[in-house]
Design a protein around this ligand. Sequence first.
Ligand code: HEM
Length: 106
Amino acid sequence: MVDHFYDLMDGDPAYARLRAIHAADLSPMRDSLAGFLNGWMGGPRDWFGSGKCVMSAHSPFQIDGELRDQWLSAMRQAMDRVAMDDDLRQTLDEGFARVAAAMVRA
Ligand code: HEM
């Protein structure tokens, strides 16, 4: 899912603004977002032991409603590309929307 998410962000012009605020090399973020989601979804919590904070990681960025919507839309498309139970998809979608809304600062 994370790989689809970054592939979409990297290749679809609809996500150009979101792509532009990410580093040229997305490989570290592929690992980091996957690690975060593992713990966030109830799996191994190694990412949370790394001293990183997901909200602080976003504080350098002026995130507005458009960037939030691009992120959520790319993630919804990524979820559509993997076989996923409907209930899980809805639970994740609600969780993503909640976290993303808290990151909007502009
Ligand atoms: C609201 C819209 C969002 C925007 C605009 C955004 C943007 C970004 C950017 C620019 C980075 C750093 C990329 C880089 O250095 O190349 C990042 C990292 C990250 N984002 Fe987001 N993000 C958003 C929402 C979310 C949400 C909802 C989650 C979790 C559910 C999330 C999880 C992460 C994680 C785990 C990292 C890696 C942090 C690190 O390793 O330092 N992001 N995001």
